[in-house]
Design a protein around this ligand. Structure first.
Ligand code: UDX
Length: 436
């Protein structure tokens, strides 16, 4: 099939590349001339495991092309994906400027039947708005469908190629049939393509992300309570998670969720509720608790250093909001750094992928190191913010030799309490006994 993807951000790029991988002819459109030129040369603008291999293969096979011309993109595709940014407005709602701007241009340029697909995470009612805007000028028939993505950063290629489900919001048989044909190769395992109306599809995305954010947040509150009563959240987590109604995943407590989706989507759903005079009390609590949770290690740090961290140096492991990405949007590590700096401490950091992004944002406010051990030299304590695999089995002797004090503050519960006690560390984690 012939496909066009408007917007080559994270979602657009993964969508375009993976659709080319199943034999479709794909054109990706973006207004950024430099980006398009670089992509034509095979440069992938984001870090996402496996994307580079697929990218190169499909460019070489001439199934994946790039242009800055919306007209060229629109003429090419039978299905036109809109994968445009929906940034957070000042009031927390999703800003639809880019989506509706492109819809307006499409209305002026469209010359034959197309299926226009909202791939971005957009508030309920957006497909209807996009339809209205295109209709203003369009002289031909077209359909707008909602097809939310459920891609996790770091696993996006796998999630796209082997989805647990595809959600399609469509009230047109013609559009539904085309979308079904496009996605058939991805659900050969029997996973469902779920067809529903546009509004329900739009809400499915927000509800799924908000539920997962609430699940993590609930566990973070249980963890905080464990500390009060002397229970161990790792035991509670396993005890709960083996109930199949609850499930084992997304029950890991820590210093809060971050990223480009959960924070933005919870806020946007909360705000959309308000607009309809509906008070999403759970979401309000999620937002409040997560904000506080990002600094959950701070009281422990203050208590260890007797509220005197001025002039102390903290070595940070992990800056990305989660492992396997260089994304630092809403990363708990940033809150931690800002708070340490505000209290007069110094910060040195190491992350396998995200240091350039933090350097761009923070300049020389903090130092960076070339390795997970270099960063420890002369530091007063180690603080772990992201659970990269390489941090899971470190050489504890080296850590002890390099740090001034044998103390670890672990925001991701990486180590077994018995093991770390045997290694002779003071160890503070989330929802478990402190080892003093
Ligand atoms: C998420 C959704 O999973 C995906 O379906 C959606 O399309 C986009 O948003 P992503 O933001 O890439 O994906 O990351 P995810 O792996 O879901 O993690 C989100 C945050 O929750 C991370 O900060 C992570 O550290 C945190 N988290 C996750 C926990 O704190 N505990 C957990 O048990 C799981």
């Amino acid at each position: 099939m012939k496909i066009s993807v408007i917007g080559t951000g994270y979602v657009g790029l993964v969508t375009g590349t993976c659709l080319a991988e199943t034999g479709n002819e794909v054109i990706c459109v973006d207004i950024d001339v430099n980006k398009i030129e670089n992509m034509r040369k095979g440069v992938v603008p984001i870090y996402e495991p496996h994307l580079d291999v697929l990218f190169e293969r499909n460019i070489n096979a001439k199934r994946l092309k790039f242009t800055t011309s919306l007209k060229e993109g629109l003429d090419h595709g039978d299905i036109i994906f809109l994968a445009l940014p929906t940034p957070e407005d000042e009031d927390g709602s999703a800003d639809l400027r880019y989506v509706l701007g492109v819809a307006d241009e499409i209305g002026q340029l469209i010359t034959d039947y197309k299926v226009i697909v909202d791939k971005s995470t957009v508030p309920v009612g957006t497909a209807e708005k996009v339809h209205e805007v295109i209709s203003k000028n369009a002289k031909v028939d077209f359909d707008v469908v909602s097809n939310p993505e459920f891609l996790r950063e770091g696993f996006a290629v796998d999630d796209f190629l082997k989805p647990e489900r595809i959600v399609i919001g469509s009230s047109s048989d013609r559009a539904t049939e085309l979308m079904g044909k496009l996605y058939k190769p991805f659900v050969r395992s029997g996973n469902p393509i779920i067809i529903m109306d546009e509004k329900s599809a739009e809400l499915t995305k927000y509800a799924a992300n908000s539920f997962l954010a609430a699940k993590i947040t609930f566990m973070n509150e249980v963890a905080n309570y464990c500390e009060k009563v002397g229970a161990d959240v790792d035991k509670v987590r396993i005890g709960m998670g083996t109930d199949s109604r609850i499930g084992k995943r997304f029950l890991f407590p820590g210093i809060g969720y971050g990223g480009s989706c959960f924070p933005k989507d919870v806020k946007a759903l909360h705000k959309s509720g308000k607009d309809e005079d509906y008070d999403f009390k759970i979401l309000e609590a999620v937002l409040k608790v997560n904000k506080k949770q990002k600094l959950a290690l701070l009281p422990k740090i203050n208590s260890y250093f007797e509220s005197n961290i001025k002039g102390k140096t903290f070595a940070l492991w992990g800056l990305a909001f989660k492992p396997e990405t260089d994304d630092i949007r809403e990363a708990p590590a940033l809150d931690m750094i800002n708070e340490l700096l505000a209290n007069g401490a110094k910060v040195k950091a190491f992350d396998p992928e995200a240091m350039d992004n933090v350097a761009r944002k923070m300049g020389d406010k903090i130092e960076f190191a070339n390795s997970m051990y270099d960063v420890l030299e002369g530091a007063d304590a180690l603080v772990i913010c992201t659970e990269w695999s390489i941090f899971r089995t470190p050489n504890f002797n080296t850590i002890r030799e390099l740090l001034k004090n044998s103390v670890i503050f672990d925001g991701r519960n990486l180590y077994d309490l018995h093991d770390i006690e045997k290694e002779g560390f003071s160890y503070y984690s989330i929802g478990r006994k402190d080892i003093k």
